[in-house]
Design a protein around this ligand. Structure first.
Ligand SMILES: [Ca+2]
Ligand SMILES: [Ca+2]
Ligand SMILES: [Ca+2]
Ligand SMILES: [Ca+2]
Length: 241
């Protein structure tokens, strides 16, 4: 079933009675219209343990679970409430063309990564993955190669390796997570280094686009969206190098 949420400030979940949010159109509809939502697509207000999108350990069935969170007047998903807003999983959605960033934890706007990811707060302020520069490639069949790393937190047990990492094609202005293209697992053996991956998204990939990533921990705490990296890097062009 497709739920359509339109013409309101936001979907404000202040009561912990809605656990799984799947297959909604929030801020837009299947035609891509602007439905006039003024606030965040989903506002998690002092709630924990919400699943937005896929609840699988490794998302695969995207069509059934994907929420479209688009053209809202603030963030796609806004998580607010310090220690009262943790374990909120946000995976394999389509988040694009919102006024603010795709996933916003805590203080409005991009919350920078901290060294060692020792900070707490909303979704424990999970650090977002980082890409190696000048290594992102796209081959003519639309397979994607990239190198990335992600911090674990030595403070929160749930953030131990292995950590799943989700990858998305960015939206038109290159910062939100619009098209989920696959996941990887970053292991303890890879700690501190960049890991090479190849993704086969099975969709056409724009040759002037961007790749972004998010990391959830074992309790679902999902990071903000990483800084984008050009896909492919302009110096590399299309094709494996
Ligand atoms: Ca955007
Ligand atoms: Ca933030
Ligand atoms: Ca952090
Ligand atoms: Ca943290």
């Amino acid at each position: 079933m497709l739920h359509e949420i339109a013409g309101r400030d936001d979907l404000d979940l202040a009561a912990p009675d809605i656990g799984l949010i799947r297959a909604n159109e929030i801020g837009t509809n299947p035609s891509g219209d602007d439905l006039g939502n003024q606030g965040a697509g989903i506002w998690l207000d002092d709630v924990s343990g919400i699943v937005i999108g896929s609840d699988a350990a490794a998302p695969t069935n995207l069509e059934a679970g994907t929420n479209h969170l688009a053209i809202n007047g603030a963030a796609g998903v806004f998580v607010e409430g310090d220690g009262a807003a943790v374990g909120n999983s946000i995976r394999a959605n389509s988040i694009y063309e919102n006024t603010e960033i795709a996933i916003d934890l805590g203080a409005p706007g991009i919350t920078p990564n901290d060294i060692g990811d020792l900070d707490g707060g909303e979704n424990r302020q999970m650090n977002s993955p980082e890409f190696d520069s000048n290594r992102t490639q796209l081959d003519p069949s639309d397979d994607i190669a990239a190198r990335y790393s992600v911090d674990r937190s030595s403070f929160f047990v749930s953030a131990a390796y292995p950590l799943p990492v989700d990858f998305d094609l960015a939206d038109v202005d290159g910062e939100e997570a619009e098209v989920y293209v696959g996941s990887d697992s970053y292991t303890l053996a890879e700690e501190g280094g960049f890991k090479s991956i190849v993704l086969s998204p099975g969709v056409a990939v724009d040759e002037t686009g961007y790749l972004v990533a998010t990391a959830p921990d074992a309790e679902g705490n999902t990071s903000e969206v990483s800084p984008a990296i050009p896909l492919p890097e302009p110096a590399l062009g299309v094709g494996w190098r």
